[in-house]
Design a protein around this ligand. Structure first.
Ligand code: NAD
Length: 424
């Protein structure tokens, strides 16, 4: 069976070109010299594996996967693993670069990595997914490890996927190694608060942005594209604080309800039926219409390049909080800057996941586990401090929050490269 790859529309830059363009804007403002620009603009390691998996039918299928380290100067590579038909090396490289900046902007001691397998997990059985995961983990085992590279869940992977990876590597090494992945179930060394951490970070940064703009959460309309882990938890936590979630979508449909959606009931409906579509009391709309609904907070929490030069002029919100990685193209960013729409960039807005992953890794290494309140309080402190630093940089340099977040992050990584020096 040949995997279908959907190509990105040719007018859009590739995802890595987009990440590079964002980095160059910050590098220009920082006046980085050409050497440092080359170091920070390239991925240190790009590892591609083609590996066979036995399907339930008895057939064998060869899958392609990648694991990329963008920069590991500040610590081990950290980044999720994605299973999706559109995974490409280009996309994984961009996601790895964004991870470097995300860890630096929140000042946690990790570098940037990412992995992915080109596959359609929705058409695979649990047995096939387990065999694919265990084989992929084995193929990338030269790179991953508690002190070298620590994967986590991303699109279409979850705690179960991490448990299979942890078990596979532990079997090879002959001892249990919980610190090799984060986002694990609690029973094998996961942390309290990890599942909702990215959504909690979305909520916390939305709160800081709203505070800055003098916008009340009471009745504030929220629109969520992509009702998955990040989208659901972001929506749920915003609703808890008084916001009204009026629309949500997934790959199978988009819905709208002027009076607001009950986020928990919507999750139960999606879990039962496989989609948000058809939720009682809601109207069906298109995903394109969803993005253009009048609202106060728009949370893109699906995939890259959803908000472009084409739909940005029609977007009608005050704040965009990027739950997803790379949802907004540079062309759209420029439009939002002119239109005074605040974009809380991905490397800040969705950093809650990696911050709590860091807490999980620390607990695994120490074999000492924290209470949930400790996790949430520490997360809040990191997210609000990071937001304040980025806001201050945006005011100092008169830029949008994305460029400001990159200025903070790139400067930290550049300083680390300079002080360590170039080996030998
Ligand atoms: P997920 O698989 O749990 O959810 C993704 C959701 O988006 C699904 O409901 C899917 O149906 C929907 N979706 C996909 N394409 C869509 C489209 N074109 N239109 C509407 N809906 C669409 O994945 P997730 O973990 O929630 O990740 C979502 C995004 O957040 C990704 O960009 C990921 O890289 C980013 N992210 C995730 C984490 C994390 O901790 N899980 C951390 C940081 C960033």
């Amino acid at each position: 069976m040949i995997q279908q790859k959907v190509q990105v529309a040719s007018e859009e830059p590739t995802v890595f070109a987009m990440a590079t363009q964002q980095f160059n804007a910050a590098a220009d403002k920082l006046g980085l010299n050409d050497g440092l620009r080359d170091v920070l603009g390239s991925c240190k390691r790009e590892f591609t594996v083609n590996f066979p998996v036995k399907l339930d039918s008895g057939d064998i299928q060869v899958f392609t996967g990648h694991r990329v380290h963008h920069n590991v100067t500040r610590g081990p590579a950290k980044g999720g693993i994605r299973y999706h038909p559109n995974v490409t090396l280009d996309e994984v490289k961009a996601l790895a670069m964004w991870m470097t900046w995300k860890c630096a902007v929140t000042n946690i001691p990790f570098g940037g990595g990412k992995g992915g397998v080109t596959c359609n997990p929705k058409s695979m059985s649990q047995g096939e997914l387990e065999r694919l995961t265990r084989r992929y983990a084995t193929e990338i085992s030269p790179l991953i490890g508690t002190v070298s590279d620590i994967p986590a869940p991303d699109v279409n992977t979850n705690g179960q996927t991490m448990a299979w990876i942890m078990d596979t590597i532990s079997m090879h090494r002959g001892y249990t190694e919980p610190g090799i992945v984060t986002g694990k179930p609690i029973s094998i060394g996961g942390t309290l608060g990890r599942t909702e951490a990215t959504g909690r970070g979305v909520m916390l940064t939305a709160q800081e942005a709203a505070k800055h703009l003098g916008l009340s959460f009471e009745g504030a309309r929220v629109v969520v594209q992509g009702y998955g882990n990040v989208g659901y938890w972001g929506a749920y936590l915003l609703q808890q604080l008084g916001c009204k979630v009026i629309a949500a979508s997934d790959t199978r449909g988009a819905i709208y309800a002027e009076q607001g959606l009950d986020t928990e009931e919507l999750l139960a409906h999606k879990t039962d039926s496989g989609s948000v579509a058809g939720f009682p009391g809601s109207d069906s709309i298109t995903d394109a219409e969803l993005l253009e609904l009048p609202c106060e907070i728009l949370v893109p929490a699906a995939l890259e390049q959803q908000i472009t030069g084409e739909n940005a002029p029609k977007i009608n919100t005050k704040i965009i909080v990027e739950g997803a990685n790379g949802p907004t193209t540079p062309e759209a960013d420029a439009i939002f800057y002119d239109r005074d729409i605040m974009v809380v960039p991905d490397i800040l807005a969705n950093a809650g996941g990696v911050v709590v992953s860091y807490f999980e890794w620390v607990q695994d290494i120490q074999r000492l586990f924290w209470e949930k309140d400790d996790v949430n309080e520490r997360l809040e402190s990191v997210m609000t401090r990071s937001f304040d630093q980025v806001l201050a940089a945006s005011q100092e340099h008169k830029t949008d929050l994305r460029t400001a977040a990159l200025l903070v992050a790139v400067e930290r990584v550049a300083d680390a490269v300079k002080i360590r020096g170039i080996y030998p």
